[in-house]
Design a protein around this ligand. Structure first.
Ligand SMILES: Nc1ncnc2c1ncn2[C@@H]1O[C@H](COP(=O)(O)OP(=O)(O)OP(=O)(O)O)[C@@H](O)[C@H]1O
Ligand SMILES: [Mg+2]
Length: 324
């Protein structure tokens, strides 16, 4: 079977105008040579700061936008030349408020999109009942969408995205703006889809969400993929699954240098919190003890140490910081 997604050296540039008279032509390279491979049946996560190119990539893969250069195949079909055959087999859910008709009911919205997807009338109403039930909107189905809360709208977006039973679903920030309970319900729905064999391509700004849902993750910054691996693999890449935080007052540069040179320490980030300084150490070996760290910083009785497992958020910040 072919991969769910496969891209080769994918580029996308935008030309736009800015300035008071719109007389300044701006050239943005939103994607700069993306090589990506996603297996069928996995949840693949795409992370990256604002403006990194996540939505642009999602739009290209879901045939809303053409690449400037390079190629992308989704479910074995070329997104540029075989979009027509591809569209019925994929679904797209963009986070946020847009894309629904507010003046009509949820059910009427779904009927409209079902017709657009070409779902036969004899199957249509049963399928609409199924998806409304699946997202828990059966009772609200006949209410106008303008009366819906943000969480309800997002669930309706999801229902619309799977109406035509796509094999692959693109989710661009599916839990943005949702309260923790709604976000958790949404993640549960996503897991349910995967259990039914649907492949998911997901973008998110929430690290724990990616950690909880995704088998593999790619980090995109300024149009380039800077890392791609499992969560465990990424933590090895960044250098260690132990994170030790050391807080104290006014460390000298030489002291920070000595901490950086400790055996097993792969990466040190220093941050100021008012008069206090925090050093965050990524540690590769189990042998490095707190005592060794303390001995490297003599004359600091105020020293406070804490240890935790390196989180995806730590890894992500290391990667994005290295790139910047
Ligand atoms: N239609 C457009 N015209 C001009 N520039 C665009 C257009 N769409 C996107 N861009 C630019 O391309 C870059 C990538 O944007 P994109 O929306 O893909 O980022 P993103 O990773 O989805 O960001 P966010 O996390 O904020 O959603 C940005 O610099 C953006 O300004
Ligand atoms: Mg985006």
């Amino acid at each position: 079977m072919t991969d769910a997604i496969e891209t080769h050296d994918l580029w996308r540039t935008f030309e736009s105008r800015k300035g008071f008279f719109f007389n300044e032509l701006v050239h943005t390279e939103a994607l700069r040579g993306i090589d990506l491979q996603v297996d069928r049946g996995e949840i693949f996560g795409l992370l990256g700061p604002n403006g990194a190119g996540k939505t642009t990539l999602t739009k290209i893969l879901s045939t809303l936008l053409l690449p400037t250069r390079g190629s992308a195949r989704v479910l074995g079909l070329d997104v540029a030349t075989q979009a027509h055959a591809l569209r019925p087999r994929i679904g797209l859910v963009l986070g946020g408020e847009r894309g629904l008709y507010n003046r009509i009911s949820a059910r009427e919205n779904l009927r409209y999109f079902a017709d657009l997807f070409g779902i036969p009338v004899e199957r249509r109403d049963r399928r609409i009942r199924e998806v409304l039930d699946w997202v828990g909107l059966t009772d609200a189905g006949d209410r106008r969408v303008e009366e819906f809360s943000r969480g309800m709208k997002q669930k309706l977006h999801l229902a619309r995205g799977i109406l035509h039973e796509p094999e692959l679903l693109f989710l661009d920030e599916p839990t943005i703006g949702l309260d923790p309970k709604s976000a958790r319900e949404t993640r549960k729905l996503i897991r349910g889809l995967v259990a039914n064999g649907v492949t998911i391509f997901l973008t998110t700004h929430y690290m724990f969400e990616a950690e909880e849902l995704c088998q593999r993750i790619a980090v995109l910054t300024r149009g380039r993929i800077v890392a791609r691996d499992t969560v465990a693999g990424l933590s090895r890449l960044v250098g260690g699954d132990r994170t030790i935080e050391v807080e104290g007052y006014g460390f000298e540069d030489a002291e920070v240098g000595a901490v950086k040179r400790l055996p097993g320490v792969s990466h040190v980030v220093s941050e100021e919190f008012g008069p206090r300084l925090r050093l965050t150490l990524r540690v590769r070996t189990p042998e490095l003890t707190w005592e060794t760290v303390k001995a490297t910083l003599p004359g600091h009785p105020e020293l406070a140490l804490r240890e935790r497992r390196t989180s995806l958020e730590d890894i992500y910040l290391d990667l994005v910081e290295e790139e910047a």
